[in-house]
Write a protein that binds this ligand. Structure first.
Ligand code: BV8
Length: 248
């Protein structure tokens, strides 16, 4: 049975009857909130920059002011964004099933603003500031061109995980454990290109979970999912939520 949104009935039943659902979200979940995905062509001034070049410690050491201009541009974009129906559906689904673990690669905080609790921020958060030398969260004058640590005077950086940097240990451990324990793994709005986040689906599959992808475009991992639902989160997730609400 395929329902109106193109969600296979067996996928709906798996989510509805799951003891534990683990969700991994990527930039595609925030696209309908007006936040460009990580690999969409960047707009305006940032068009000539590749995010993969800017989101690195090397870029920050080379030109901290440039990197801060990029992150401030993104902070301003996100500050104007609102959670979309996809974010809200995930927050609502969590209240409807026994256990939902939400792991996000996004740094925009929109899941939390939509009401999701205990969000695991696998790649950190855009709005926190960390001392580059001490690697601790600091309060600082974020308005300065390159904020400095009030404690040691080193440059302050945005509290995100850059390429080549380790995932925060707690986030990594919690996410791996949830992927290994869940009955259903939902991979939503991610190109599945960035590791170790993209490896969570395989951990879930190896552990016997039903793995489901939601993405309007096929990804390099689509063939490995039990269900690859082609669609935008703003449509598919509210429909999935509605289907799981239909009690027999
Ligand atoms: C690490 C924060 C080691 C910064 C980001 C194998 C194993 C381990 C590591 C690696 C490996 N192979 C390569 C690596 C290195 C690297 C990596 O994965 N590189 C890639 C490019 C190949 N990984 C790392 O460096 C990681 N660290 O491994 O450390 C280590 C260990 C110990 C000690 C030292 C080091 C760290 C990676 C973290 C990078 N930081 N973000 C910032 O945001 O500025 S990653 C960045 O990419 C974002 O977080 C983003 O979310 C993430 C993934 O991208 P997506 O979310 O998937 O976004 P994308 O644009 O690609 O795709 C969007 C999708 O949405 C598309 O598919 C589109 O079709 C879909 N979509 C669009 N609209 C919608 C939609 N879907 C649904 N609805 C819609 N409406």
């Amino acid at each position: 049975m395929i329902d109106a949104a193109g969600i296979p009935g067996a996928a709906v039943a798996a989510v509805r009857d799951a003891r534990h659902v683990c969700v991994l979200t990527g930039a595609g979940v925030s696209a309908e909130s007006g936040v460009p995905t990580f690999r969409d062509a960047q707009s305006g001034l940032w068009e000539k920059f590749d995010p993969l070049d800017l989101a690195t410690p090397e870029a920050f050491l080379r030109d901290p002011a440039l990197v801060w201009r990029w992150y401030r541009w993104r902070r301003d974009l996100v500050a104007m964004a609102e959670p979309n129906p996809g974010h809200v559906a995930l927050a609502t689904l969590a209240a409807r099933i026994p256990r939902l673990t939400l792991v996000t690669q996004n740094v925009d905080g929109l899941h939390q603003r939509a009401g999701s609790k205990d969000v695991i921020e696998f790649h950190g958060n855009l709005f926190t500031n960390r001392c580059f030398a001490e690697d601790c969260v600091v309060d600082c004058d974020a308005g300065a061109e390159v904020p400095v640590c009030p404690g040691c005077g080193s440059n302050v950086r945005p509290g995100v995980v850059w390429f080549g940097e380790a995932i925060p240990e707690h986030a990594l451990d919690q996410s791996f454990a949830a992927a290994a324990d869940c009955d259903v793994f939902l991979s939503i709005g991610t190109s599945s290109l960035v590791f170790p986040a993209a490896g969570l689906a395989e951990i879930a599959k190896q552990s016997g979970a039903i793995v489901i992808e939601v993405n309007p475009n096929p990804t390099g991992m689509s063939a490995g999912f039990d269900y690859a639902i082609a669609g935008n989160v703003g449509i598919v997730l509210p429909d999935l939520l509605a289907c799981t609400a239909e009690v027999e």
